[in-house]
Each structure stands twice: as structure tokens, then as C-alpha cells.
Write a protein that binds this ligand. Structure first.
Ligand code: SF4
Ligand code: SF4
Length: 87
């Protein structure tokens, strides 16, 4: 999959927007598993909602092309960067 993540960590600092992993929220939207250098401490075992490739295979591949899916994911990142004042 050609999804390019710049490791800004924003998605992991706004998990209050992701109901599936609300139990990881430290109280301000930051995931308990996010390290200081913006990496996921449980990356190999991260939940499926955090795994773009797996989400595509499980839920989206019958609904859209991989290209469309990557594009929607990128739009989500851009939206988060704008919310954070970097867009
Ligand atoms: S917001 Fe997007 S670019 Fe930033 S870490 Fe998350 S997936 Fe990567
Ligand atoms: S589990 Fe890992 S990938 Fe998922 S939100 Fe937390 S730090 Fe990010």
C-alpha cells in the first residue's frame, strides 16, 4: 500500500475521535501507547483500527480501490494537521 505516513503522531494524539480505542485515551486524546518520539510502543500488536492495510483488507477492499482508500486516509491526515494548526 502506498500510504506515506510522516510519523507526525497526530492520529495517536487525537484518539478521542476514535471510539474503538477510547480505553487508550490518557484523558487529553493522547494514546497511552504513543512514545515520546511519536512511535507506537505496541506497533506489531496495534489494534486493527490503527492498521490501515488491515482495515482495507477487512472492511474496504470490496467498497473502493486501494488508491481511493489511500487518498481518503491522506485527507484524514491533512484534516488533523489543519486542526493542529499545521495544515
Ligand atoms: S496523522 Fe497521518 S501522517 Fe500523521 S502519524 Fe497519523 S497516519 Fe501518519
Ligand atoms: S495503539 Fe499505537 S497506533 Fe494506535 S493510537 Fe495508540 S500509539 Fe497510535
Amino acid at each position: 500500500m502506498m500510504f506515506e505516513c510522516d510519523k507526525c503522531g497526530l492520529c495517536c494524539r487525537h484518539i478521542d475521535l476514535i471510539p474503538q480505542i477510547k480505553e487508550f485515551d490518557t484523558g487529553n486524546g493522547r494514546c497511552i501507547h504513543l512514545s515520546e518520539n511519536n512511535l507506537c510502543r505496541i506497533y506489531p500488536d496495534r489494534p486493527e483500527i490503527c492498521n490501515a492495510e488491515r482495515m482495507y483488507e477487512l472492511y474496504f477492499k470490496d467498497k473502493m480501490s486501494e488508491e481511493e482508500y489511500v487518498c481518503l486516509n491522506k485527507l484524514g491526515c491533512i484534516r488533523l494537521k489543519k486542526l493542529d494548526g499545521n495544515g
